[in-house]
Design a protein around this ligand. Sequence first.
Ligand code: B12
Length: 445
Amino acid sequence: MNLDDHPTVQWYRQQELTQPRSDGSTKLDPQWLKNLCIEAGAVDAGFVETERSAIADQMSDLMEVFPAGKTLICIVHRLNHENMRTVAHSVTNLEFQQAWKDANLTARTIAFRLQELGFRALNVPVGFPMEIDRWPAKMWLSCDKINATEAGLGQMGWNRLVLHPRFGANIVLGTILTDAELTSYGAPIEFNPCVECKLCVSVCPVGAVGADGYFDFVSCFTHNYRERMGGFADWVEKLVASHSVKDYRTRVTDSETVSMWQNLSIGGQTRCDRCMAVCPAGENQIGGFLEDRKDFARFVKKMQDKEETIYVVPGSDAEAYATSRFPHKKIKRVSNGLRPNSVMMFLKSLPIAFQRHQAEGLNATFHFTFTGQETCKGTVIIRDKTIKVLDGIVGTADLHITADSRTWISFLAKEASLPWALISRRIRIKGSPKLMKAFVRCFPA
Ligand code: B12
């Protein structure tokens, strides 16, 4: 068949694409596009051009899925703050699930509307699913908080959440990529809706939201995502390691087993969102905070007093914090399932896994030389409870570790013991063994 005679091809060639133009050019009017987003279900929207330097590190991921992208459309969906402000986690989780669903539907509707108008558009998943084959590295394609901030939808607060001027923390975010260009783009708002009350610091059960603005990703992840990702993997390993039903019950409570059923049957839940629940930022919440602080204080206390299980990695900052701050809560020691599968990833993941309070008094430079299957070199500087990881060998080492890469990965996965690796010279250290111990203490797993 001649392609020119095909009805679909003839239809296409007869089309005159009607695009809404603000200035007679091919560029879209941002207000028009914002209205489209709001009609589709978003409560707010903003836009960022893909060339912006602030989002440059996301571009390889975003361009891989949609090379034609010229604009990021950032959408906001609100959460009902009454549902957030409860200690009944079923209520909060339902609210989240509903919001993820709504936001994905809105993003998809926007993409279709743009396509009807002759543009190309792709909606990135809001929340899950993620690129699971990348685990344990970064699996999400867009960094929605950065995008939303750049689009002028809010600023990141003390709790590390984007705070919208009106809805505060009670929002979820979505990103849509389109080849449409706009006549103008958003810019970060000039004030931060965060009132720096630090209630988020006081309710965080694992000390992940630091009083000095530090955020400990791993501590939040270990507790919050107990039934998701690495937490789920840890449960499976516990199941496999159990010698009998009785043994399994000593490792996993009945409630935890049933919780796994709930997560698997109705979708992944989280264990905590208190930094969001107590946040008074935004026009919608600030009145209650200013007018009735006692009510806020009562709610904060209720969260602090709640008897519940807190999941921590043994030897982590979270374990020390939860044990001293919340002695009435049950502290359960678990693995978070995060273990590097390459030495390159090991070096890259160190800043995320770093437990700064375990590094108290440690000031040292560590050199790593990996040999065997994967060869690479790296320098780790731990100083004043901070960490810096550099490519290659830099400066003078207090401890130099030379390791066969596979043995090192097995050691991290607790499949090979350190004494055996040292005796068999698969791992060699030059410097004080005490420094090796101190290094390991900073990255409990
Ligand atoms: C990874 C992630 C997490 C991680 C890390 C949190 C963080 N502060 O970055 C964990 C599991 C702890 C987490 C927890 C929560 N999250 Co979350 N999360 C994300 C996700 C997927 C990416 C975050 C991100 O870009 N971070 C900021 C950038 C700058 O960081 P980055 O450079 O990419 O990577 C840093 C970290 O992410 C981390 N990292 C890198 N790789 C890896 C790999 C793993 C496995 C882990 C754990 C961390 C990690 O280290 C990096 C260097 O600093 C986004 C969705 C998205 N696609 O953007 C939602 C998102 C940020 N989360 C959200 C929510 C709601 C939550 C929770 C309330 C959980 C819940 N109940 O659902 C808590 C709140 C915790 C908090 N106060 O931040 C919302 C926030 C909405 C808002 N108002 O801002 C988002 C935007 C989801 C959405 N689409 O709405 N989250």
